[in-house]
Design a protein around this ligand. Structure first.
Ligand code: SF4
Ligand code: SF4
Length: 294
């Protein structure tokens, strides 16, 4: 199995649209994972049929037993995250603020605090026309998106580990969810856009990826909106010896296909669809090379 993560340094670059199109075009058996768990939207394009849902238990959080609490104030005194709330006759933990450090359990003189698991999301396992999709939903305000990403990948590998390709729609940014996404992948495709911030975020995400040593490829989406910035990105990739394997033009057909919930490559005649077909051929070639080198 070859594992490919499609990522971007910033949101709104068209990463999910490209992931869906690659899934549509790639040969062989696939398993897909949407690791953008804070805003999972691959399902909007791939129209999956839900097979099952499982709860996701994030890290443990503190719970105060009001029957034991003597309101001494020690827990609030020592909680660095301001997660303890004092009420008229008791005190309680503000769960969205609790970072699970467990300090309060050590300082409580009445043994009134325990650490308990809390459901912070759910993992969904679905069927699409191109293979199984593992996706997730995080409870609004809940943390642990890196842990949830890890759980999504683990589910995909446990259930469909014999597929030829594992395609991951990654999160934007360079934080914990990205690190969880790219750990253990063979290759990353960074989707960027021709802007100053696009190049800035591309540099940052590539710097993070290099710590994990996957093959790195770049594609510029809507490259024709700013020829100068697209040229800057091309020059930077050349200087860094990173293959620029796709340039996709701005195309209203992309917006239309997303609205209809279809990969843009389903009707392969639009300029963007044709550019993504070339991108898919290039990346398939590169992934086959990765497979041959094993
Ligand atoms: S576990 Fe840590 S963060 Fe949570 S309430 Fe206790 S001291 Fe505060
Ligand atoms: S330290 Fe224990 S007894 Fe004191 S306020 Fe907190 S929970 Fe209640």
């Amino acid at each position: 199995m070859i594992r490919l993560a499609v990522i971007s340094g910033k949101g709104g670059t068209g990463k999910t649209m490209i992931t869906a199109a690659l899934a549509h075009l790639f040969c062989g058996s696939l398993v897909l994972a949407d690791c953008d768990v804070d805003a999972a939207n691959l399902e909007l394009i791939l129209s999956p049929t839900l097979i099952r849902t499982e709860p996701f238990m994030g890290m443990k959080t503190a719970v105060i037993d009001p029957a034991l609490c003597v309101r001494c104030g020690e827990c609030g005194e020592h909680c660095r995250f301001n997660a303890i709330e004092y009420l008229a006759d008791t005190c309680q933990v503000k769960t969205l603020r609790c970072e699970g450090c467990a300090v309060c359990t050590y300082v409580c003189p009445a043994s009134a605090v325990t650490m308990q698991p809390r459901q912070t999301g759910e993992i969904k396992y679905s069927e699409t026309s191109r293979g199984h999709l593992v996706h997730a939903r995080l409870v609004p305000g809940a943390g642990n998106s890196g842990l949830l990403v890890h759980a999504v990948k683990k589910t995909a590998l446990e259930r469909d580990g014999t597929c030829d390709r594992f395609i991951i729609d990654g999160p934007p940014g360079t934080g914990c969810p990205l690190i969880s996404t790219i750990s253990g992948v063979d290759a990353v495709l960074v989707v960027t856009e021709p802007s100053v911030s696009g190049l800035h975020d591309l540099r940052r995400v590539v710097a993070v990826c290099r710590q994990f040593r996957p093959r790195i490829f770049v594609a510029i989406n809507r490259f024709d909106l700013d020829a100068f910035q697209a040229g800057e990105i091309e020059a930077w990739c050349r200087g860094e010896k990173i293959p620029l394997i796709g340039k996709i033009p701005f195309d209203p057909a992309v917006i239309q296909s997303v609205r209809e919930g279809n990969p843009v490559t389903r009707d392969g005649t639009s300029p963007a669809a044709q550019a993504i077909q070339r991108l898919a051929a290039n990346i398939e070639q590169e992934l086959n090379r990765v497979g041959n080198q094993r």
